[in-house]
Write a protein that binds this ligand. Structure first.
Ligand SMILES: *[C@@H]1O[C@H](CO)[C@@H](O)[C@H](O)[C@H]1NC(C)=O
Ligand SMILES: *[C@@H]1O[C@H](CO)[C@@H](O)[C@H](O)[C@H]1NC(C)=O
Ligand SMILES: *[C@@H]1O[C@H](CO)[C@@H](O)[C@H](O)[C@H]1NC(C)=O
Ligand SMILES: *[C@@H]1O[C@H](CO)[C@@H](O)[C@H](O)[C@H]1NC(C)=O
Ligand SMILES: *[C@@H]1O[C@H](CO)[C@@H](O)[C@H](O)[C@H]1NC(C)=O
Length: 552
């Protein structure tokens, strides 16, 4: 069954066994970089007409504050994103108050999922809907009922729920005590995680403790673009990461100690990372700078959890040197883990979740005493003018970066702890108007990114078990509010009913799922995860997406 095409691709990059020889004298970044360096553009972009493994998980996602609305309903507490909207800090003063109104539309959302034929749905729980003040003493009666209803509807439809405990919407009360910079938050997060495992864990078997925690530390506490709007890349940003890592570990241990035996699920973390490519491949200092870029973004979180309970040596060295070189202006203060804390954090993930959207070209540069990753890390990030842009000023389509990043993750983090990789977020936004329903740009992006994930599995042997398209529907996209559209479904925010309409990308995705990839042979499609079409206790039929498929 292996075609000539497959053989050619394998010999043009290195086989798995060759990897191990190289690894003994190069680090993971150099190893992966060298593997792909020689590829021509044509080889790099060759399309792989093959299928995914039979039990592959196809998912789409949403996040609580982006879709739920009902911001004060059922006793929910205010969150930092509610406050952000009310303070008029989002695009044209828009708020998350009603969003997609998913709080009242469980059946409608599940109907869309059934139409897509996804076998997995990732959503996040709003901490303030469970514990309005963030602490267990404030437990809400009604909040958990919403998630019960959603989870039950998913299971009745044969869709596996994947739950994120924290996707950015901290209860405002906890923020008033310093949010992620206050070490006592780890205890509150542990209680919250414990409650969620005990309440939903009989039905939920896959948990992300955090999703894109780098964005929280970077934009929430470093640049201050996101709530809580703290602009302190010297102290607060590193503290936030430190406390999120400890919180993550506590949640994993609660599951491991109290629930794993009975519930048999998995707890991991969804980390976001770009891929980094040296700006000038002929300069070794640019290759090293690209390596540092990844260490400052992904390694900051992944190294403690997946390697040894401590920050990457590169990050520590850079910061130590900067402190020596900058006696008059402290550029960074990295908290230190005790030996006990390191031991508690190391190995606390049953999978590595990856949120990935784009790549950067990196060159070495003198960061001097400027705080923040570029200054402290001595690198600069650039984009190539030939890369396709999107409605987001940071997302450029560079699908080949995903394959390289997956190879890097596999060698850097998963060579000892052999846990699987789940791609927990990939997608792109379009403008508010323009490619509203006929979103060919999104289809092109999805097709090429999914194909690169397939190459990482099929050719490179990387253990990727899930692909999640961000998002099920348009929503409140943070600072950009409703002006950036990530959805497979369009949402009309002018209409109080918030009607959802499938975009062309929804038809494309459902067809891809039915074929289980891009294989031409009929026989190996969609074996392991046949959908059960159990009727929901509602009049709604499945969404018309699969039956009125319009794409060949
Ligand atoms: C893959 O399939 C597409 C159409 O589905 C076709 O145009 C293309 O030539 C195929 N590529 C290879 C390398 O077979
Ligand atoms: C946002 O709110 C502020 C304060 O109420 C007001 O001055 C401003 O005009 C509003 N902007 C838009 C675009 O509505
Ligand atoms: C940290 O949070 C606790 C409550 O959990 C509070 O008592 C304490 O004052 C907070 N510390 C700071 C510095 O805000
Ligand atoms: C890094 O690249 C930018 C953009 O090309 C350039 O302006 C800058 O001088 C480069 N830095 C170094 C140290 O070469
Ligand atoms: C796994 O990768 C780490 C980080 O690069 C490296 O230190 C370690 O030697 C590797 N272990 C094996 C068994 O290859």
């Amino acid at each position: 069954m292996f075609t000539l095409f497959y053989v050619l691709l394998v010999s043009s990059s290195l086989g798995i066994s060759d990897y191990n020889i190289i690894k003994t004298f190069q680090n993971s970044y150099q190893n992966v970089w060298k593997t792909f360096e020689a590829q021509t553009k044509a080889e790099r972009d060759l399309f792989l007409n093959e299928s995914f493994p039979p039990s592959f998980q196809w998912a789409t996602s949403s996040e609580s504050f982006k879709v739920e609305g009902g911001w004060l309903e059922g006793g929910k507490g205010e969150t930092i994103w509610d406050r952000f909207g009310h303070d008029g800090l989002a695009f044209v003063n828009q708020t998350a108050d009603r969003a997609c109104d998913s709080y009242h539309k469980v059946d409608y959302d599940v109907y869309l999922l059934r139409g897509l034929h996804v076998n997995t749905y990732q959503f996040s729980i709003s901490w303030a809907r469970i514990f309005p003040s963030g602490h267990r003493g404030s437990q809400s009666e009604n909040g958990p009922l919403y998630y019960d209803k959603l989870i039950n509807a998913l299971i009745e439809s044969g869709v596996q729920p994947v739950v994120t405990l924290y996707h950015w919407d901290l209860p405002q009360t906890l923020q008033d005590y310093g949010g992620w910079t206050n070490a006592s938050i780890a205890e509150a997060f542990k209680d919250y995680a414990d409650f969620c495992f005990s309440r939903f864990g009989d039905r939920v078997k896959a948990w992300n403790t955090f999703s894109s925690p780098w964005v929280v530390s970077h934009a929430g506490y470093g640049t201050g673009e996101h709530p809580p709007g703290v602009k302190d890349y010297v102290v607060a940003s590193y503290q936030a990461t430190h406390n999120m890592l400890k919180s993550h570990a506590e949640a994993w241990h609660v599951y491991n100690d109290k629930y794993r035996k009975v519930q048999g699920g998995k707890v991991g973390i969804a980390l976001n990372s770009d891929w980094a490519e040296p700006k000038d491949p002929s300069r070794p200092e640019d290759i090293e700078a690209a390596d540092r870029y990844l260490q400052f973004m992904l390694g900051w979180f992944a190294h403690p959890i997946f390697v040894n309970g401590d920050y990457p040596p590169t990050l520590k060295t850079q910061i130590e040197n900067k402190i020596k070189d900058c006696p008059l202006s402290e550029p960074a203060r990295l908290p230190v883990f005790t030996a006990e804390e390191s031991q508690r954090i190391s190995g606390t993930a049953d999978f590595l979740g990856l949120n990935h959207y784009t790549s950067r070209l990196i060159n070495n540069s003198v960061g001097a005493c400027t705080p923040g990753p570029q200054g402290v890390g001595d690198f600069q990030a650039h984009v190539d003018p030939s890369w396709s842009s999107t409605a987001s000023d940071w997302i450029y389509s560079t699908p080949w970066g995903l394959r390289r990043l997956l190879n890097y993750i596999s060698t850097e983090y998963l060579n000892v702890t052999k846990v699987p990789i789940y791609i927990t977020g990939n997608g792109m936004p379009t403008e508010q108007s323009g490619e509203t329903l006929n979103d060919i740009g999104r289809i092109e992006y999805m097709k090429s990114y999914i194909n690169e994930a397939l190459k990482a599995i099929f050719i490179d042997g990387v253990n990727v078990q899930r692909f999640t398209v961000q998002s099920l529907m348009d929503g409140f996209e943070g600072k950009q509010a409703y002006s950036q559209r990530f959805g497979l479904h369009h949402v009309n925010f002018e209409d109080a009913d918030r009607p959802r309409s499938p975009k062309q990308s929804a038809y494309f995705y459902s067809q891809l799922i039915k074929r289980n990839g891009f294989g031409s042979h009929e026989e190996h499609t969609f074996k392991g995860s046949v959908m059960q079409h159990i009727r929901l206790p509602t009049a709604l039929t499945p969404s018309e997406v699969p039956t009125s498929m319009r794409l060949g």
